[in-house]
Design a protein around this ligand. Sequence first.
Ligand code: C2E
Ligand code: MG
Ligand code: MG
Ligand code: MG
Length: 284
Amino acid sequence: QADLAVYQAKDSGRNTVRFFDRDMQAKVAARATLTEDLREAVSAEQFMIYYQAQVQEDGCVTGVEALVRWRHPQRGVVSPAEFIPLAEETGLIVPLGQWVLQTACVQLADWAAVSETAHLSIAVNVSARQFAQHHFVDEVLTVLESSGANPQRLKLELTESLLIMNVDEVIEKMSALKARGVCFSLDDFGTGYSSLSYLKRLPLDQLKIDQSFVRDVLSDPNDAAIAKTIIALGKSLGLGVIAEGVETSAQRDFLASCGCHAYQGYLYGRPMPIQEFKSFHITD
Ligand code: C2E
Ligand code: MG
Ligand code: MG
Ligand code: MG
């Protein structure tokens, strides 16, 4: 059909314009619908959190990452790759992120009440736009207080896109939360534009090796070199390093031999609803 359209386009400029107009119009309409649905979803709380294990070298689960899912009434489960970018553009990421944080902190407080789960931490993704909100620090502290969650069990995952903000402001906000015990991990590390001079100034606890470097770490020497460099960098900056997207024990063994001792990926479990996570990882 596209070929036909191009053919017609060559024949008559007017057809071209109409074809692409209609195509564009459909895309804009679909986007508008999805935006409306997303707005509705935020107020109707159509979201749920899937939890994915984070483990140390002996296989013990030290915590989880909270990954949001949208249960769309017609479309079923929509993946974050589809709606997070839209949520960012429309600003809906702010109330959505707040809901994720709140839900995760309630979960943390639940776990703290049971000795078998009291040691678990939860990593929550925070978008740059959410972090940039004036009241971000206060909101996190309020959620921690109202939920009764231990701040030391909360890890906020930031990305390098944060550094488009004023760096002093970023440091100030992070430091305020760190003073209360909250930890910070730099997500998708190596894929952004952060300069090393900024990196050394941020009060981070952990670097998270992006899965794009982990995927072919055994077959692509460049990926192996990057993974090794990130691990060495973390070590010399006094930061922990966790690898995401670990799917095979061979990948895990290679990363371990480079000095990375924390992992997350399908090798240990997919992101899953809380009930499944409980029976999968917390039964003894
Ligand atoms: P991320 O924070 O880098 O999360 C890791 C992604 O990798 C998740 O995708 C996870 O399901 C996937 N993953 C984990 N292990 C493996 C593996 O072994 N192999 C492969 N191929 N993939 C693996 P997911 O859940 O689709 O989330 C995608 C992104 O959406 C996240 O990337 C994060 O940037 C964003 N996101 C998810 N939840 C939230 C949220 O609550 N707030 C914000 N701001 N962003 C979120
Ligand atoms: Mg993450
Ligand atoms: Mg990540
Ligand atoms: Mg990633």
